[in-house]
Each structure stands twice: as structure tokens, then as C-alpha cells.
Design a protein around this ligand. Structure first.
Ligand SMILES: Cc1cc2nc3c(=O)[nH]c(=O)nc-3n(C[C@H](O)[C@H](O)[C@H](O)COP(=O)(O)OP(=O)(O)OC[C@H]3O[C@@H](n4cnc5c(N)ncnc54)[C@H](O)[C@@H]3O)c2cc1C
Length: 296
């Protein structure tokens, strides 16, 4: 653990702007963001902010976030400087700020296969682990051996302790920061990994272009959220600068929208789908700050 003087050496950004640090490219500012450079700093900072009872938020790559336009009266711990990565036997140990592109580049150079399904997700290892991200029928839970988290104490969770489910891990229910994750991989050739990555990227090429958080809603059991939205005739529905994608109805695209515009479209879609099918969609996207429900 670091001492206070080490905490003072953590890089900070005052007036941190969510619109520059989320894939939605929307939202307001907050007082300060911290960018710890070591796991010890991150844990100590987490402890310090928890102790001050100050509102704070752990931010990965902001690819599943909608931050409100209003000033967020709290701070952010960004994991972006936690980008160490190494192999131990047939496993990769990644710090939580490692991005998918950094991870797959490492896999390609070292001929390590198993994680190619993540190609194209603009996320960090911490966010992927917390959300049990998946693509092409594979999930983080299929490849994660364990992770190290700090919730006031340092804990090592093996896969089965993470209680993974659809878009769920137990880490979502405890106030914690994921510091690192360990993934199992198989040794192969770099060319094999590269070919697999290209295959997964090709599958994504039809995904909507533009600023988004990927899929806004979770799929209700037995249904596709995108199909339900499409069957309500909502493709292309637009409010301010926010639009239900014409290519994939579970994407809401920011075309010079405010965060409130995006929020309003989300609430509108939920109400229309509920009125037609009696199914309440639940958001996959994570909100930061307060939104105005009376605008919807
Ligand atoms: C174009 C696009 C395509 C996408 N495709 C997919 C897809 O195919 N499959 C899929 O599952 N998702 C997809 N997503 C959604 C998103 O990438 C995932 O939800 C991802 O897991 C979020 O990771 P992040 O690092 O961006 O986390 P953030 O968006 O920064 O945060 C998401 C949540 O994780 C928490 N968090 C982040 N890091 C940590 C940490 N170290 N410790 C504790 N909590 C943490 C945050 O507090 C927040 O609650 C897509 C998004 C976009 C924009």
C-alpha cells in the first residue's frame, strides 16, 4: 500500500469532462478525476475516497456509460494508467485499465488464443470483467480464472466466486475496484490469433456507426431487445440529437445530442415497448448523475 505522499503523486485532471472520456461523447463535468499508476495507489485512493464519504465513480473506458449533462458533484477514479500485462504459464494477468486492443495486440505478438471474441469492444479489462461482457456466444466468464479487487480489503476472487450471469458479476453488487484479471489462454501462432481477430471484426462490420454505448438494453429472457424495439416501429425515432439506430434498434446514436436527449429516447423506447408487449426493458448502460424524468 502507498502512503499519503504517494497518493499526492497520482495524476489528476480537474474539471474532468465526461463527454471526452465516454464513447457516447455526451455529458457534463465533475470536480476531479484521479489516474492512479499502480494498483497500490488505486486501492489506497479508493479507501481514502470511501472514508471521506465522497461520491466517486470507477471509470474504465466509458463505453457503457451515460453521464448526465449536469455537474457531477463527486470524483472519478480512472483505471486508464493501470495497463500492465504479463503471462504466467497458460494465463494472462492484466491490470484493469488494459484495453481490448492492447490485450489483443499482446495476444497476437505472443501467440496466445482464447480472447479474440472481444475484438472490437472499446472497453477495459475492469469494465469487461464487471459486466461479464460477451460477443459471438462467448463471455468473460468462459475465460476468466479470477480477479483481484479492493473493497476496503484486497480480495482474490476465483471465477466461481464472481457468480457470473448475463451482464452480471458479484462485483456489480459490492462497492469495489477491480485491480486485475487473470485469463486462461492457449499457446498458438500469432497468425492464428490474427486470423481469428479479423473474423470477429468482420462480424462486427455491420454494427451501427456513430457515438454509442453499444446495446442500450439487456435482452429480456427469451427475447431480443432490438427486435422488440424494431417491432414497435422505433428505428430512426429521433429526439434532439439522439436517434434509435436504423441499422440496429438496440443502439441509440448520439448525433450532437445532449445526455438528456439520449436519456429521453431511452425512456420513450421503454414506455412504447411496455405498452405494446407488456415487457419492461432494463438498461445495460450505466448512468452517472441525475437526469430529468419530466422531460420524457
Ligand atoms: C461500439 C460498442 C460496442 C460494444 N460491444 C459490446 C459487446 O459486443 N459485448 C458487450 O458485452 N459489451 C459491448 N459494449 C459495451 C461495453 O463495451 C461493455 O459494457 C464494457 O464491459 C464496458 O467496459 P468499460 O471499460 O468501458 O467500462 P465503463 O463503461 O467505464 O464502466 C462500466 C461499468 O463498469 C464499472 N467499472 C469499470 N472499470 C471498473 C473497475 N476497474 N473496477 C470496478 N468497476 C469498474 C463502472 O463503474 C461501470 O459501472 C459495446 C460498447 C460500444 C460503445
Amino acid at each position: 500500500m502507498e502512503n499519503q505522499s504517494n497518493l499526492n503523486s497520482i495524476p489528476v485532471e480537474k474539471n474532468f469532462d465526461f463527454s471526452r472520456h465516454t464513447t457516447y461523447g455526451a455529458g457534463g463535468k465533475c470536480k476531479v478525476a484521479y489516474f492512479p499508476k499502480t494498483e497500490g495507489q488505486a486501492a489506497e485512493l479508493f479507501k481514502e475516497l470511501s472514508g471521506q464519504k465522497e461520491k466517486f465513480f470507477v471509470l474504465g473506458r466509458g463505453s457503457n456509460i451515460l453521464a448526465s449533462d449536469a455537474y457531477y458533484n463527486g470524483s472519478v477514479i480512472s483505471t486508464q494508467n493501470l495497463n500492465g500485462i504479463k503471462t504466467v504459464k497458460d494465463a494472462i494477468i492484466c491490470q484493469s485499465g488494459v484495453t481490448v486492443s492492447q490485450l489483443l495486440k499482446f495476444c497476437q505478438i505472443n501467440g496466445l488464443s482464447g480472447l479474440e471474441f472481444l475484438a472490437g469492444i472499446p472497453a477495459s479489462v475492469g469494465g469487461l470483467t464487471l459486466m461479464n461482457a460477451g460477443a459471438g456466444g462467448k463471455y468473460i466468464s468462459d475465460v476468466l480464472i479470477g480477479c483481484t479487487v479492493f473493497d476496503g480489503k484486497l480480495r482474490n476472487f476465483l471465477n466461481k466466486s464472481c457468480d457470473f450471469g448475463y451482464k452480471y458479476s458479484t462485483m456489480r453488487d459490492i462497492n469495489c475496484i477491480i485491480l486485475s484479471s487473470v485469463f486462461k489462454v492457449e499457446r498458438t501462432s500469432g497468425q492464428y490469433v490474427e486470423n481469428n481477430i479479423s473474423k470477429y471484426l468482420k462480424n462486427r462490420s455491420l454494427q451501427p456507426k456513430g457515438k454509442s454505448c453499444g446495446c442500450v438494453f439487456k435482452n429480456p429472457e427469451g427475447y431480443s431487445a432490438g427486435k422488440l424495439i424494431e417491432e414497435c416501429g422505433l428505428k430512426g425515432y429521433r429526439l434532439g440529437g439522439a436517434e434509435v439506430s436504423r441499422a440496429h434498434a438496440n443502439f441509440i446514436i448520439n448525433n450532437r445530442a445532449t445526455a438528456q436527449d439520449i436519456y429521453n429516447v431511452i425512456q420513450y423506447v421503454k414506455s412504447i415497448v411496455f405498452n405494446k408487449f407488456g415487457i419492461m426493458l432494463n438498461e445495460e448502460v450505466v448512468y452517472i448523475g441525475e437526469f430529468n424524468d419530466t422531460d420524457c
